[in-house]
Design a protein around this ligand. Sequence first.
Ligand code: SF4
Length: 239
Amino acid sequence: MTPEQQFVLEAMGITPRWQSRFAPATTTETVVMSAITTEAIESAEHHAAPVVVPVTPVVAWDTLQQQVQQCQNCGLAQTRTQTVFSRGSMQAKWMIIGEAPGEQEDKQGLPFVGPAGKLLDAMLHAVGLDREQDVLIANILKCRPPGNRNPQPAEIAACFSYLEAQIDCVKPAIIIALGRFAAQTLLDTDSAISRLRGRVHRWRDIPLVVSYHPAYLLRNLPDKARAWEDWCLARQTMS
Ligand code: SF4
């Protein structure tokens, strides 16, 4: 692991005690973090995903974005400042899916900005991914629920076809569902996120890994280590 990656992990509040593979482990945490973290980061350093240059469906993507900008399919159209479509690269192999725009996203028209976005950037960087080039980031809802309230089932039902079309355009090799609403919607379940994370699911035939939303992690620091395990699981799945 490079000094820069170690710095990022420490910024996330994750400071594993590195364990010599020849020395006896002292705690379960040490074993887990040394095994998963070291392997994942070394994988990121030495086994980067192959560069693939797919045919880019620009017209379909632009048309879809225009449809979202003009959408009046649910009541959130009346309260939004602007729609929030996506950020990142259409050539990305990783697709990150969150819940809905918040206040800053609604103002800027981009997903995952502000403190939660910075934490997501740090996690992406720690697994060797660039936010602009290696991932495509989108939300279940394209418009902000007032006061950042939870999305309502009717709003999710009205908006979900846009996300399906985005996934069809990007054709990611893996999906990361961040937070309860993204995970439950994509997996069509009401199971708690604690029961969904830690294993690889499928959305259609695409591997899907569930983890905590960065906004939640900012309020629940102990779960950062679990989130880091989720990202390592995703990296292992990709490699
Ligand atoms: S949340 Fe989705 S369905 Fe509702 S108005 Fe916005 S784009 Fe349309």
